[in-house]
Design a protein around this ligand. Structure first.
Ligand code: GLA
Length: 384
């Protein structure tokens, strides 16, 4: 494993990475950003694994295949660092079939009904990879492509810039889209994710991060006891194909009311039509604070470890997915089986199917415009 030099606002290109020497293997690592090989894609591209070690002890690994967060540690109430995200040990397992573990999803997070939409009088047909619908960018979405990676350091904080240009017509989308995702781990246990994109033709864009969290650590096989807060008075109900009906419904008196901390499992199996349609929670919540700045999207507390995750974003929505499609057939890192509802996702985003829903906030990016969103995953504990 190679270590990149740190320094004041030093941006190191991937090309330069080849010139870096002084491998460091001792544990615990000094804070910094390190790189190692992670395997080769079927097209021959060599993929890396970047390890970002924060001065606080938190460690995140990211591969440039899919701009994927492979592992992320966070301290429990006694300071014990454990991996709190689901993922695989090897690139081959990601390529063989990952349920978007830790990946960047694009061009469009979540579903576009019927795999088509109209824009300026033209109908665009997208790849259909979820029955009749288009899901998470299509057959080869941003989660399955090679991203160029550039590590950087700002003082004692370190991060990675990942870029990918999606060509005109990619999965059916108009325009060439240049996307950039920046990950940074701060000294106070925050993972900052910022997304930028520019296009040369109008196109829908809705990028998100698809990490599955389990704050109780890798040995835990359920997230049902995690206590969740989502400051949303409304959510977007779905039909039995997971497509928003277009309504914006009040959460009041429903199992979707997470305005006060509630265990994920408390109502998940109640006889509710929306829970039936989603096979559990698989719904977009409309954040009550519609301001453009960063605001709380969700807070999760695991009482067993004391870990707390607070997610802030400038997006208007968050998709809460309770891991309902995990069925124990995938074995993740360290031989841990990814069981039913053993990880949850909180995907900050614009609403699903917005290109076909005139009443939802627009997801269309225009040439000359800049797509810029930010999401922060902040870890703390109940001992603080
Ligand atoms: C999202 C979707 C789910 C499912 C998962 C990935 O959260 O809303 O329906 O596709 O991603 O398995």
């Amino acid at each position: 494993m190679k270590r990149f030099q740190t320094g004041a606002i030093l941006i190191i290109s991937l090309l330069f990475a080849g010139c870096q020497s002084s491998p460091q293997t001792q544990e615990p690592m000094e804070h910094g950003i390190y790189v190692s090989d992670f395997g080769t894609m079927p097209d021959g591209k060599a993929v890396s694994l970047y390890t970002i070690q924060s001065p606080s002890g938190m460690k995140m690994t990211v591969t440039n295949y899919g701009a994927t967060i492979v592992s992320l540690t966070a301290p429990d109430r006694d300071g014990v660092q454990e991996d709190v995200v689901l993922g695989f040990d090897t690139l081959d397992e990601y390529i063989a079939g990952s349920p978007y573990f830790g990946a960047i999803v694009g061009r469009y997070g979540n579903r576009i009904a019927g795999g088509s939409f109209e824009l300026n009088g033209e109908t665009y047909s997208l790849a259909k990879n979820d029955g009749e619908n288009h899901l998470h960018g299509g057959i080869k979405g941003f989660d399955k492509v090679y991203w160029e990676a550039s590590p950087f350091s700002m003082g004692s904080e370190h991060g990675l810039i990942l870029t990918y240009t999606s060509p005109d017509g990619d999965e059916g989308y108009p325009g060439s889209l240049q996307a950039k995702v920046t990950y940074m781990v701060t000294a106070d246990n925050r993972v900052m994710v910022s997304y930028q994109a520019v296009t040369d033709k109008e196109t829908p864009v809705n990028l998100t991060q698809h990490s599955y969290f389990n704050l109780a650590g890798p040995d835990s096989d359920t997230i049902l006891d995690h206590e969740l807060t989502i400051p949303a008075d409304h959510f977007t109900p779905i039909d039995s194909g997971f497509i928003p009906t277009g309504e914006i419904l009040s959460v009041e008196g429903t199992p979707f009311d997470f305005r006060t901390p509630t265990a994920i499992g408390a109502r998940i199996d109640s006889p509710d039509e929306q829970l039936k349609n989603g096979l559990g929670y698989d719904h977009n919540f409309v954040l009550s604070d519609m301001s453009d700045g960063l605001k709380l999207a969700a807070k999760v507390y695991d009482r067993s470890s004391g870990r707390i995750l607070e997610i802030t974003t400038n997006e208007p929505g968050v998709q809460f997915y309770s891991g309902n499609f995990l069925d124990g057939t995938l074995t993740g890192k360290g031989g841990h089986v990814a069981g039913y509802r053993s990880g949850f996702c909180l995907e900050t985003q614009h609403f699903p199917d917005s290109p076909n829903q005139p009443t939802f906030p627009s997801t269309i990016l225009e040439p000359g415009g800049l797509y810029a969103t930010q999401t922060v995953f902040a870890f703390s504990t109940d001992a603080q």
